[in-house]
Design a binder for this molecule. Sequence first.
Ligand code: URP
Ligand code: ZN
Ligand code: ZN
Length: 489
Amino acid sequence: MTEPAYDLIIRGGRVATTTDVFEADVAIAGEAIVAVGRGLGPAKREVDARGKLVLPGGVDSHCHIEQLSAAGIMNADTFESATTSAAFGGTTSVISFAAQHVGMQLGQVLKDYHALARRGAVIDYAFHMIIADPTKETLERDLPLLIRQGHGSIKIFMTYDRLKIDDEPLLDILVAAREGGAMLCAHAENHGIISWMVKRLLARGYSHPKYHAISHTRFSEAEAFNRLIGMAALVDQPIMIFHVSTAEGAQTIRDARGQGLKVFAETCPQYLFLTADDLDKPGAEGAKWMCSPPPRRKDDQEALWKALALGDLQTISSDHAPYRFDETGKLRAGPNPNFKQVANGLPGLEMRLPLLFDAMVSKGQLGLEKFVELTATAPAKIYNLHPRKGSIAVGADADIAIWDPDRRITVTDAMMHDLAGYTPFAGRSLQGWPVTVLSRGRVIVESGKLNASPGSGRFLARSGGEAAKPTGRLVADMSPEQNFGAKLL
Ligand code: URP
Ligand code: ZN
Ligand code: ZN
């Protein structure tokens, strides 16, 4: 008897890409998709996908895992718990952070985070390198080597007391990113405005979590975007602006892209589904909804959906940053902390895709192809993981989520697989759920159970790729002043 040609066939589902939805079987041999077509087979194993949607596994390009926060608090998850929760939510690749703090040697930071991920991850992972201490050694000795070793993106913070990078060193980092061919990602908010607001609010006794949203004024976002965009244009370095939360922020990005600048941007479910009112709960409860930037207003949500439709924002990530609602996390300063004492961040790896599927596919906002694009294909392309990740195509890794479009669930804290102990989306009723999930051909989630061992995820080495390449405007159509800046590189 001859061996079946394929290890596994996903039979009879509706396959979706960024451009098409069609009925097909997907055949897998080893770790890769080897055929997409009708009547494929035989295979050693079949998964019946009739009535289901067969989608690329999600790529979550912004999540904080087993990471020290700006205030020095370890977040609630390990790589094992975070990537397990990602898998249950239909996500099969994550880009998390290797976070330098002041005084740390960047090479050692990378070694430490690699060791954590190697031990725990159940899905594939890559790293953005957070630079908080841009010394000569960091920028000239460590960074070029680390980029060459497969870390094709850098992240900086323009706010947070212990991490923030001022304008002048930020220009140095932009130039270093340009020289290494890496993408520069940024948390862009005006530190001075926030800090000024925090001091005055607290001095007048406004300490409840809801004042966190007031301290991060809307203008602090657009101002920092604008400043960052100007600096990136000066040295012709592509940038990715993280977690856009306001209409003005989205408009600033639209204007920059309209000028031909290479500015990419993301938003997150918390800015599409939550508002600042969610922080207004009795006692410290609102701390569970505290993240930076904060959730905003209904009209911001509408502006962000429009920006997604227009392509001004290209990806939706979770910004998973889990802290327990107890003395290890949100309540580290006691049961009634002032808002400045509360760790910023929300758990979101597991709910990112189900929330978006419900809104985009079940309720029809932007549709299935755009869901695939924003949550899998576009992040894979921007961060140079495509064509290996982010699409259902012959030759791609068999990272696949099979969705039951009819399954209805009500979100509860108890359903979550991360270690935060709560989800900010509890109580919502959603339609559509990822019932079976494959990572490199292994069925890792099935019948509500995980079937993957810690450490079975692999590091995804990548260069900055096409998105991180400068536009060449330094020599083309720049103003004399900008050209003079360019001569100083
Ligand atoms: O509140 C957030 N987003 N915490 C995580 C760190 C960051 O700002 O991205
Ligand atoms: Zn951030
Ligand atoms: Zn973040």
